[in-house]
Design a protein around this ligand. Structure first.
Ligand code: ADP
Length: 427
């Protein structure tokens, strides 16, 4: 693993994939691991993204998990560490961005006075920009973007210096846009000034990708970088890596094709509708029916067997809000979700056992359940199908596990023709 350049720690699964995909587009060969690995890496890569589920757990647990990820990344030789969080800076006054960043800083620096890092969630491609330390989502301040109503991490203050200062012991400073616009040398000079003033973490303004590239250049050699997935744009160049199709090369695809949709988000509803309208073979899972799980799974797989595996077939629980409410009233909200996830995860196991080697999965939680059921622990990241959704390649569980191509789609991602487009890319 002598070549491992960047070791990343992401605070959730789809955020990890987003970062991994950006690094691949910038030319790095990337593997994403699910949780902290126990062994070594399956392949030779430039960057590893360890996907945690630490965004909203107690801060002390997030710190423990992140330090475990750091220890593993250092063991496999990572030269720079990247802590990735959401581009809307999802956190509460208790954390977890601040406490995790500080714990990583402490672990990476012997002398406390040397410890310095940056923080910027800017992701201009998705409308997230930072100006004078204030985070915007499109043309709205973060606190008026809808994020003020988030059930777990309501963001009511757009001033990131103030938000982060409430979470950390170190002093938080700002590298404002006038400095960023002058380029990497000016940015580094500002880092030095802030560090001399006792600042430990600096929010950095960035309103477009040129800013992120300047920032990336200024970050060369900094032991710890923190940010959304946007900062990733500027880092590979520091290691003399340029965009290249070779970075996204996966083994050739073969075998049967299936789609599993457990998301009820509007984009997935449109994708399912489009697929069914286009004559695609589709099997609906109805959690409202008083089905016994094993019978429902067996019936679904019997349907698959009757199809003959010549075309991509779809299994979906995707339903409109009224149907979801009905199922939830019958089973309970969490139980309905868990029932659907376990049915779809078993269907995923069933179709892979029947020779499926190309699998599209719609829904963040659904993807998590299916990947876990398949025994997947590492994903090699390939080319992007739509923003934030790359094809991946993974070995399923067991020593002689089958190699499977996976597209793990967050519910609201992807164009309406995503399912056919995704397989078209592998043909
Ligand atoms: P998204 O990425 O759109 O949020 P997820 O897979 O993360 O999708 O979440 C969708 C949740 O809804 C899952 O827990 C899933 O099991 C559940 N679910 C899916 N279909 C239904 C349905 N018809 N009725 C009730 N719950 C459902």
């Amino acid at each position: 693993m002598a070549s491992l350049l960047l070791g990343c720690i992401a605070d959730d699964f789809t955020g990890a994939t987003d970062l991994a995909s950006n690094l691949v587009r910038a030319g790095m060969r990337v593997v994403q691991t699910i949780g902290v690995p126990t062994g070594t890496l399956a392949s030779d890569v430039d960057a590893v993204v360890v996907a945690l589920k630490s965004r909203t757990i107690p801060a002390a647990d997030a710190v423990t998990q992140s330090l475990a990820a750091l220890a593993w990344l250092r063991r496999v030789g990572a030269r720079q560490i990247y802590f990735k969080y959401c581009s809307t800076f999802d956190s509460t006054p208790a954390g977890n961005i601040g406490p995790v960043a500080e714990a990583l800083l402490d672990a990476l620096h012997d002398a406390p006075g040397d410890a310095f890092t940056i923080a910027t969630p800017a992701l201009p491609d998705n409308g997230r920009t930072v100006f004078q330390g204030h985070l915007f989502v499109g043309d709205r301040l973060l606190s008026e973007s809808g994020m003020q109503n988030h059930p777990l991490t309501p963001m009511r203050d757009p001033d990131l210096v103030r938000v982060l200062q409430a979470q950390v012991k170190r002093k938080v400073g700002l590298v404002d846009h006038r400095v960023v616009a002058q380029g990497p040398v000016a940015i580094r000079a500002r880092f030095d000034t802030l560090r001399a003033e006792g600042v430990g973490i600096a929010i950095v303004d960035a309103i477009d990708n040129a800013d992120l590239r300047s920032l990336g250049s200024a970050l060369a050699g900094m032991p710890l970088v923190t940010g959304g997935s946007g900062v990733a744009l500027g880092l590979p160049a520091n290691f003399d890596i340029a965009p290249s199709p070779a970075a996204s090369a996966l083994p050739p695809a073969s075998g049967g094709r299936a789609i599993i949709a457990g998301s009820c988000s509007s984009a997935t509803q449109r994708q399912v509708h489009r697929f069914v309208q286009g004559g695609g073979a589709a099997y609906r899972i109805d959690p409202g029916a008083k089905g016994v799980r094993d019978d429902v799974v067996a019936a679904a797989l019997a349907w698959w067997d009757r199809q003959g595996a010549t075309h991509a077939s779809l299994f979906y629980s995707t339903a409109d809000p009224a149907s979801v409410r009905r199922a939830q009233a019958e089973r309970g909200v969490e139980a309905a979700g868990a029932w659907v996830e376990s049915v779809l995860a078993r269907i995923a196991q069933g179709v892979v056992a029947r020779g499926v080697r190309q699998l599209v999965i719609a829904g963040g939680e659904t993807a998590g359940a299916c990947v876990q059921a398949l025994g997947v622990t590492q994903l090699q990241i390939g080319a992007q199908i739509d923003p934030g959704v790359p094809w991946c390649y993974a070995r399923t569980g067991g020593d002689d596990g089958a190699g499977v191509h996976l597209a793990l789609k967050s519910g609201n991602f992807g164009s309406d023709d995503f399912f056919t487009k995704a397989f078209g890319m592998l043909s």
